[in-house]
Design a protein around this ligand. Structure first.
Ligand code: SF4
Length: 284
């Protein structure tokens, strides 16, 4: 996909980034990650922008946070089994924030024709399976789902054993642009823990666990979207994302000042990190 100049980037130090084509403001971000502060600086353009333009930044931030958590777990003697090329969890239902849905649509449209067509067909096949085979008591009729609905549906969906529409020959064809949910999903112990069909002895189950991220960029991004759009906090399931985006295109065009958006995003991230850190301290 041909990229426009970046809206905002994580950077090591202050100053004009040559990749920007306009004036830049630098905003600081400090988060408490597993009891230690982590500092970032974010260079932001001074123009108006769409929420979907924040997606590359949100992806980069979630990847960075996942790496820090992984390193700290490693230093504490725990091994994270997630790595590029592992697709053990790629039959789960992946929730996307609304800006990610519109970004995904752009990225699929920018794919080579055959690849884009194949992704679209896989999405339509999975969407049909979801709608045809959904549990009778499910509330899946609405494309947008709350967090608890997504979690319940994801367990059911994993039982269908449908590969992700972006999985081809057991490789994620969109790895660099994968959803934030994929970046934040991390397990210690064997990756076989991710396979819902595998029946594990209790000992294995105890030694394997999903890592709770100290702050979920996905949830904070969904909250930012809800606050700016004055809507509910929403997610769209990946297989339903492309038709959903097509039906809701008018939601993709609104713009806000980029600096205001990033400052608001930071406020939400810090509040979430501090709340999770307080919960962690209380439960230690
Ligand atoms: S987008 Fe890629 S990493 Fe995420 S579930 Fe699909 S194949 Fe796996």
């Amino acid at each position: 996909m041909a990229e426009n100049p970046p809206l905002m980037v994580l950077c090591e130090r202050e100053g004009i980034d040559k990749s920007f084509g306009c004036r830049v403001e630098t905003v600081g971000l400090e988060l408490d990650i597993l009891g230690e502060p982590v500092r970032f600086q974010i260079n932001v353009t001074d123009r108006h922008a769409r929420l979907s333009e924040i997606v590359p930044f949100a992806r980069a931030l979630s990847t960075k946070l996942a790496m820090i958590v992984s390193d700290r777990l490693g230093a504490g003697g725990k091994t994270v089994s997630c790595y590029k090329g592992c697709t053990a969890c790629c039959s789960y239902l992946v929730p996307l924030s609304i800006p990610e849905v519109f970004r995904l649509r752009q990225e699929v449209l920018a794919m080579q024709a055959e690849q884009g067509k194949s992704v679209l067909q896989s999405c339509l096949y999975a969407a049909k399976k979801i709608l045809d085979e959904r549990p009778e008591d499910s509330d899946i009729n609405e494309s947008t789902q709350t967090k608890s609905q997504i979690s319940r549906l994801s367990r059911w969906y994993a039982g269908l054993r449908l590969p992700c529409p972006f999985l081809s020959n057991n490789i994620c064809i969109s790895y660099e642009q994968r959803p934030i949910a994929c970046r934040e999903h991390m397990v210690t112990g064997s990756a076989i823990f991710c396979d819902t069909q595998y029946s594990m002895p209790d000992g294995d189950r105890e030694s394997s666990r999903i890592v709770q991220m100290p702050v979920s960029v996905l949830e904070c991004f969904a909250e930012l979207t809800a606050e700016l759009e004055q809507s509910n906090v929403e997610s769209v399931m990946l297989p339903l994302a492309l038709p959903w985006a097509q039906e809701n295109l008018e939601r993709s065009v609104q713009t806000w000042p980029a600096v205001m958006m990033v400052e608001h995003f930071i406020k939400i991230l810090k509040a979430a990190a501090s709340k999770n850190s307080a919960v962690g301290t209380a439960s230690n």
